[in-house]
Design a protein around this ligand. Sequence first.
Ligand SMILES: [Zn+2]
Length: 433
Amino acid sequence: MSLFLKVWPLLLLAGSAAAQPAPRTASKKPRVVRAARLLDVRSGAFIKNPVIVIENERISAVGPGLPVPEGAEVIDLGGATVLPGLIDSHTHLLARMPETPEGYAQDLITKSQALRALEGAANARATLRAGFTTVRDVESEGAFYADVALRDAIRQGLVEGPRMLVSTRGLGAVGTYYPSGLSPDLKDRPTGAQLISGVEEARRAAREQLGHGADLLKLYADWHHPTLTVEEMRAIVEEAHKAGRKVAAHAVTSEGIRNALAAGADSIEHGHEADRAALELIKKQGAFLIPTIGYFEVAVEEAPNAQARQLRDKRLQSLRKVVALAHKAGVKIASGFDANSARSQGRNAWEVVALHRAGLPPIEAIRAATSRAAELLGLQEHVGTLEPGRYADLIALSGDPLADVTELQRVRFVMKGGLVVRNELTSDTNSSP
Ligand SMILES: [Zn+2]
């Protein structure tokens, strides 16, 4: 019943019919991954001496000390710890912006769509190599439908990157969003999100984005203050839900959150100024919160001077309180690093660490980037855990991620769909006798 299952075979067919350079496909013979232990993210317990059997991109069996099928290729990761491939639920693979106040406008004005797409390929590769085998991309930031193209190129094996769910252009209110401060005389200038006004425009834009390949829609419930009306957002949510897609709502303020939830949004992005009542409403509605807090930790750690550091730290502390409160209220939290610059692409694991520092126990922070994120994406039958039937998307670490979550920032091995993407643990692959 997943969209993946419905869409995937069609895309695979399209790829082979085109007879383009053969995409890298999983080995025909079974593969086996062995390691010292596997973190079962559901139970939070380690499985000792796991054997993971992989056939045709997916896991066919997993358990301690299972027999190795005859003729299987064996990848022995020695003393390493294996986890499911990680999921970033809020990223922008098409964004590689200069980190200056004018950076966003500069990007839109100086870069061609072709360059933006190629930057996306570089960002996708960095993200995958950091251990993130699936992402939910929540707006192309002025790169129009390049996220659809990137997703499809990755699926065809033309570009190395994570599995992607894409939201295309984003939907904001006229007069808001980036780039700001440009001359009103500039007509038809490019904008970050697709800007709309009124219920019919909202509905039309939603249909347009869905028609061009969006897997979900992203809307802005506020931008410094509440913006889109509940009616406008409801039209967007209606169109998305009819098509079996979810809606991610950027909402920082409590009122923005309330409006987005009243319209039926499935997730709240940021929620940085949420009060207790707004958080309880997220919980009550069964929506997800993606706090995007790691970005602020980076800002503190890399502050240019003591004064900036102090100011940024104050903001970080208030964000940590919101995350802790949300966790306590039982809100479902997913990890999203909100990467948008050359420096931030591929540093997605910082968010998992930041969620832990904000009060989530290590296993909860890891779930926010695995099983829980898979639930948000609606892909729990395919990714997020290491079980029979799931894609063979996995990572391995040298240390213990439950004792030190920062181990996730030092991923040593990455496999996606049974193919090794990165391997710093072993130099040889053995075939069983
Ligand atoms: Zn974002």
